[in-house]
Design a protein around this ligand. Structure first.
Ligand SMILES: NC(=O)c1ccc[n+]([C@@H]2O[C@H](COP(=O)([O-])OP(=O)(O)OC[C@H]3O[C@@H](n4cnc5c(N)ncnc54)[C@H](OP(=O)(O)O)[C@@H]3O)[C@@H](O)[C@H]2O)c1
Length: 264
């Protein structure tokens, strides 16, 4: 199987190429700011994009205009609504996978915060915190936005109506239902995320720390093998992990409640 990589000279692109070769894949194209986007589409089975929003947009525009049927995996973060619309348009011709975080553990965290959001009402203040290395350009991270979006969805509201990204200069109390974001950029931190639900008397915090970017690269390669077998549509990590997570959660639900009853 052949892959071409957009962002090939970057830290993620380099790791993806290394991991792909270790896993027996061929590299059909390596594109960075010095190449033409069209090179990605030559004789390849999948395009993998870990670059920057501008490059992602150019790649999607090219795919749409050339009616490409090459499957695409997008990990680039900080994308505009226009880019998301382009993804949707391309996904009519070919499978398109988008995830701001390729970690399987983050998909568990994402499901957990959705479940907690369903169980707790909006008297619990929600704050999403993230820390990344000093080179990261977008803020808050795509993962922080995804987690905030899951809480908002669990509460039946739009994130854009309740998100608070900046409190500087705002002289008023926190509003009930606000979802606050806190961002740190320092050192070489790969990625840390925390979602806290806080009431007057209690707090739940779900957190995740990535120690190495290799987890993202390994997951990308697994996703390539899965995506090439899918029909044209827009996919997320939930689609990829659903078959692994759903049976476990169903059993957990059944076992957990019978376990408690048996203990009585
Ligand atoms: N989804 C996930 O799990 C995940 C995990 C980690 C990172 N990310 C995201 O992946 C992206 C890349 O991260 P990174 O750490 O690898 O960044 P990076 O080291 O800065 O690499 C960026 C890459 O994009 C290329 N690029 C920049 N502008 C371009 C343009 N106009 N046209 C074509 N290529 C261009 C760069 O090429 P030059 O060398 O020519 O400038 C470089 O190869 C970021 O958005 C990051 O947030 C996602």
């Amino acid at each position: 199987m052949k892959i071409s990589v957009l962002g090939a000279t970057g830290s993620m692109g380099g790791l993806i190429i290394k991991t792909a070769l270790q896993e027996g894949l061929e590299i059909s194209g390596k594109v960075s700011s010095k190449n033409s986007i069209s090179e990605l589409f030559d004789d390849t089975d999948t395009i993998i994009d870990f670059s920057c929003p501008l490059a992602t947009q150019s790649m999607l525009e090219y795919a749409l205009q050339s009616e490409s049927i090459v499957p695409v995996i997008i990990g680039t973060t900080g994308l505009s609504d226009e880019c998301i619309d382009l993804m949707k348009a391309c996904s009519r011709n070919t499978p398109v996978f988008y995830s701001p975080n390729m970690s399987f553990l983050i998909s568990i965290v994402n499901m957990a915060v959705y479940a907690i959001g369903k169980l707790l009402d909006d008297t619990f203040d929600v704050e999403v915190s993230e820390t990344h290395h000093r080179l990261k350009k977008d803020a808050p991270s795509g993962t922080a936005l995804m987690l905030g979006n899951s809480v908002a969805k669990s509460r039946g509201v739009h994130l854009s109506d309740v998100a608070v990204f900046d409190r500087h200069g705002i002289v008023q109390q926190r509003k009930q239902g606000d979802i606050g974001f806190c961002v740190r950029r320092c050192g070489k931190v790969v990625g840390e995320h925390e979602v806290s639900f806080v009431s007057d008397n209690e707090e739940i915090t779900v957190s995740h720390k990535a120690f190495s970017k290799e987890i993202f690269a390994k997951s990308v390669i697994k996703t390539v093998r899965w995506l090439v077998a899918q029909s044209p549509a827009l996919y997320t990590m939930n689609d990829f992990t659903k078959d692994m997570i759903v049976p476990v959660v169903k059993d957990l639900y059944k076992d957990f409640f019978s376990l408690n009853r048996n203990r009585l």
